[in-house]
Design a protein around this ligand. Structure first.
Ligand SMILES: Cc1ncc(C[n+]2csc(CCOP(=O)(O)OP(=O)(O)O)c2C)c(N)n1
Length: 460
C-alpha cells in the first residue's frame, strides 16, 4: 500500500520567481527577493505536523524553544498543550501516538532534553513514532567556544544529540536555514517509516527568520510500502504449510501479553493470552501440549517469557517476526483447517468463578475491584495499564470489541501511565479511560496528574 499522508496546501510561490541564495547560519536581516517569504517553521515543521495528523503538540516552554512555540501556537490546526515537566511531555506524546499513530513533543535544550529521554526510550521500545523537537542553541553560536546555560559548562553542544542517538532512529540538527526543510522532512518521514521516535533540534533563532525555500510548495509525503522478497516468501510459506498441515493439534499464538488489545477477544476462537505459567486459564496447557505452534510477531524477553521459563520446544515452533508483512496472509490461504487444539480447550475449560460479594465496611479485595472494572468496560473505553501488579490483573480482563488496551511492557517505566492517559485521551476524544495508576507512583506521575486534571479530567 502506498501511503500518501495528508493534503498539500496551495503554493504561495509565483512560478516566475527566482530563489536567491542566502548566507549560512541565519544571518538574514534584509532579503532582496520578490518571493513571498515564508517562515521556516510555519511552512515546514508546523505544516508537516498538521499534514500527518498531529493535531496536538505537548510542550514545556524554555529559553531555547520560546520562538518556536510561538510559531507552533500560531499554526491553525495545531493545539499546543503545556505539561508540568519534560518526562511527562514524552509520556503524553507516547500516549497520543498509541491512539493517533504519530505525535510530537517540544522541550528546550539539554537540561530538559535529557529529562525527556527516558520517555523517548520507552517510545522506542514500543515502536512509537514520537517526533521529539528540542529548541537548540542559536545558530550563530555553533562553531564558537561559547559556554551556554542549561549545559554542564563545556562549550560542547553535541551532548544532548549524543544522548538522543541511542534512543531515536534519526536525528536532525537544524542550525542552518538552507537545509532545514530537507532535514525536517527526512526526520518526519523516517519516524513514520521506521515507526520509531526521532529527534529534531531547532536553533532558537531560526523559527523567526523567513527564507525563500520555505515558500515552495512542499512535496506530499509518500511512504514506500515494505515489500517482501517474493522467492523468500514463497519458500517460507511452502515450508510452513508442510510443517503445519501434517501437525495433529497445531495452535496459532497471536496474543502474548504485550499483544493484548491487538486481537479481538470476542473472536470465537480466542482462548486467551499465552504467558507461560501466568497465562489465561487453560491457555498454556493448550499451547504447550501442541505439536506445532505458529507465533505471530512474538517478543520473547525476560518478562514475556516469565524469566525464560516457557515450556516450548524450538523444533515445534514457527516464529513470524514482527516486521514480516505478507507471510501470514499468504500462509492462511494454504492451511488446512484443524480445530483439534481448540476442541481440546473446550474439553478442559472450567468457567471462572465470581468473587464473593463484599460485605459492608469490608476492605476492598483486588478480585472484587476487578470484577467491577470488568463490568465498566465497553467499546468506548481504553484501558491504560501502569507497570506493576496491574499488568497481571489487567491481563485477565476480557476486552469487549473495540475496547483499547495499552501498557508499556518492554520498557516498564513506572509513572508512564498518567502521562500516557492524557495523551491517549487527547487523541481519542471518543474514549473514556480507566487508568490503572497507583498511589505509590513516581514524582513525574504526580505532577502529570496536574496536567491530566487541567486537560482531560472529563475523559477519566
Ligand atoms: C521509573 C521506574 N522506577 C523503578 C522501577 C522498578 N520497579 C518495578 S516494580 C516496582 C515496585 C512497584 O510497586 P508499586 O508501585 O506499589 O506497584 P505494584 O506492583 O504494587 O502495583 C519498582 C520500584 C520501574 N519499573 N520504573
Amino acid at each position: 500500500m502506498d501511503t500518501t499522508i495528508g493534503p498539500v496546501e496551495p503554493s504561495t510561490i509565483p512560478s516566475t520567481a527566482v530563489i536567491g541564495t542566502l548566507p549560512h547560519n541565519g544571518f538574514v536581516s534584509t532579503l532582496q527577493t520578490s518571493l513571498p517569504l515564508c517562515n521556516a517553521f510555519d511552512s515546514t515543521l508546523a505544516r508537516r505536523l498538521v499534514q500527518i495528523g498531529v493535531s496536538d503538540v505537548f510542550s514545556v516552554p524554555g529559553d531555547f524553544n520560546l520562538t518556536l512555540l510561538d510559531h507552533l501556537l500560531a499554526k491553525p490546526g495545531l493545539n499546543l498543550i503545556d505539561c508540568c515537566n519534560e518526562l511527562n511531555v514524552g509520556y503524553v506524546a507516547d500516549g497520543f501516538v498509541r491512539s493517533r499513530g504519530v505525535g510530537a513533543c517540544v522541550v528546550t535544550f539539554t537540561v530538559r532534553g535529557r529529562s525527556v529521554i527516558n520517555a523517548i526510550a520507552g517510545a522506542y521500545s514500543e515502536n512509537l513514532p514520537v517526533i521529539c523537537i528540542v529548541g537548540g542553541p542559536n545558530s550563530n553560536d555553533y562553531g564558537t567556544n561559547r559556554i551556554l546555560h542549561h549545559t554542564i559548562g563545556l562549550p560542547d553542544f553535541s551532548q544532548e544529540l549524543r544522548c538522543f542517538q541511542t534512543v531515536t532512529c534519526y536525528q536532525a540538527v537544524v542550525n542552518n536555514l538552507e537545509d532545514a526543510h530537507e532535514l525536517i522532512d527526512n526526520a518526519i518521514s523516517t519516524a513514520l517509516k521506521e515507526s520509531k521516535p526521532v529527534y529534531i533540534s531547532v536553533s532558537c533563532n531560526l523559527p523567526a527568520i523567513p527564507h525563500p525555500t520555505f515558500s515552495r510548495e512542499p512535496v506530499p509525503f509518500s511512504i514506500s510500502p515494505r515489500l517482501s522478497n517474493q522467492m523468500g516468501l514463497e519458500a517460507a510459506v511452502e515450508a510452513a504449510v508442510e510443517f503445519l498441515n501434517k501437525a495433529v493439534k497445531p495452535v496459532l499464538v497471536a496474543v502474548m501479553p504485550s499483544a493484548k488489545g491487538l486481537v479481538p477477544e470476542n473472536h470465537p476462537h480466542f482462548i486467551g493470552t499465552y504467558w507461560g505459567a501466568v497465562s489465561t486459564a487453560f491457555c498454556a496447557e493448550i499451547v504447550e501440549s501442541a505439536d506445532a505452534y505458529l507465533f505471530a510477531g512474538p517478543i520473547f524477553n525476560d518478562y514475556s517469557s516469565v524469566g525464560y521459563s516457557l515450556f516450548l520446544k524450538r523444533e515445534k515452533a514457527i516464529i513470524v517476526q514482527p516486521e514480516r508483512v505478507d507471510f501470514l496472509r499468504a500462509l492462511s490461504k494454504r492451511l488446512k483447517r484443524n480445530a483439534t487444539a481448540y476442541d481440546n480447550y473446550h474439553r478442559i475449560y472450567v468457567p471462572e468463578g465470581h468473587p464473593l460479594k463484599c460485605e459492608p465496611n469490608e476492605p476492598l479485595k483486588v478480585n472484587v475491584l476487578f470484577h467491577h472494572i470488568q463490568k465498566m468496560l465497553s467499546s468506548d473505553k481504553a484501558v491504560i495499564v501502569e507497570t506493576g501488579d496491574s499488568w497481571f490483573n489487567c491481563q485477565k480482563l476480557k476486552l469487549p470489541e473495540g475496547c483499547g488496551y495499552e501498557f508499556q511492557m518492554q520498557y516498564g517505566s513506572i509513572g508512564w501511565a498518567v502521562g500516557a492517559t492524557l495523551g491517549y485521551a487527547q487523541a481519542a476524544r471518543n474514549k473514556r479511560m480507566p487508568g490503572f495508576l497507583k498511589h505509590s507512583t513516581s514524582e513525574a506521575a504526580k505532577s502529570a496528574y496536574l496536567s491530566v486534571e487541567r486537560n482531560c479530567m472529563d475523559y477519566l
